[in-house]
Design a protein around this ligand. Sequence first.
Ligand code: MG
Length: 310
Amino acid sequence: MRSPQVQRDPGLPPRVTIYEVGARDGLQNEKTLVPASIKAEFIRRLAAAGLPVIETTSFVNPQWVPQLADAAEVLSQLGPAGVTVDRPVLVPNERGLDRALECGVQAIAIFGSATETFAQKNLGRSMAESVAMFAPVVTQARAAGLWVRAYVSMCFGDPWEGDVPVGQVVDAATSLMDLGCQELSLGDTIGVATTGHVRDVIEGLDNAGMNRDAIAVHFHDTYGQALANTLAALREGVTTVDSSAGGLGGCPYAKSATGNLATEDLVWALHGAGVSTGVDLQALVDTSVWMSRQLGRPSASRVVTALARG
Ligand code: MG
């Protein structure tokens, strides 16, 4: 398989942690319902390809997200390897946390919003009310020894409100992190960010006292900017990046076929720049080709398309 010629880019960190979201964020936004056994196999293959952190599923109410209604079944099929601290699950509230704890999970992710409109649409409450809802979730999770990540959606633009002030993003992120979360994931939910904007948001968080080591970025490729924005964030000292194998997952709010940054595209760029990820690109591409057959459609990843062609 072809691989990029390695020329070290000194502006990038020597090592990046990829937070793989394909099994959760990806499949949650795919129309096709995937059986639990295929999801478990997908997660096993991603782990075997060297992905260090894999978000496995979601304990959101199955009525909201029928694609992931089988969360407990997927974790049961994975066994102990599916509930380590490097296998977080999405949790929406205390009920979801209870279900996750029953499955033995050791890491969770909660999800807030940088805008009032999206908080109302996604969580059915205001930004302040959603922080109050998550407070006992984080407290209980931390008391149980769990690792907790906070996603913040619409950090770079909102489909209803338009531009989102940087200060508003900083305030939303800070209020969630102050609950006791260990990692923040900045979501560009509709994929509208550009590089200067990325730099400003990270600087704003830094100025508010947040450690850059605690910041992850989650870009969508709606306008073809996901990889450029990711590299911009890495130049600002971020070292954790969310991406989705094969680019799984459309974006329901952008009405676009292009969703998450594809993990293969990210790995190609990082390996070429001499940045280590621990990922075996060939094994990952094979996994995405296999998954695209399960879904009955080609992968959205340019790198998968190029390498699978041979
Ligand atoms: Mg996403």
